[in-house]
Write a protein that binds this ligand. Sequence first.
Ligand SMILES: [Cu+2]
Length: 160
Amino acid sequence: MNGFGVDSCERWWMVASGAILAAFFVAVVIGAFYGFALPGPEKRVDPGRVAVDPPFAEPAVLQRGPGRYDVYMRAQIWAFAPNEIRVPAGSTVTFYITSPDLQHGLLIERTNVNVMVLPGQVSKIAARFDEPGEYRFFCQEYCGLAHHAMFGRVVVEPRP
Ligand SMILES: [Cu+2]
């Protein structure tokens, strides 16, 4: 017991809670003014023009260099365009993906690709495909009647 009638064990917990609160406060202030940020959209687009304007009007797989590919992809009810992507083993593929209608998602098995796809914004995510084979991808955000039919595949071909 001390002068305030607080047990020393209890006092220790009070000090520890106060220290944790102070640490959170400092983290919030640093986050707000010196910037760590949640992932944001790569770019904003008009969902009404996604099917009309480049680059999403004609979804494509573009080679940007040796072993480097960009994929411009549309997720829409209820399909991906393109829904089959072929790259050689060892490629790094950057996906730019958006939706002209409602929320979708892109999840590619055996990779780190798992993003929401929202109308009005472009999601960007990259993955490296070292092992030849088939990597199925699908929509992991429920998007209506034929949600379950929304899938495709990345075919990674062995190097010649
Ligand atoms: Cu979907």
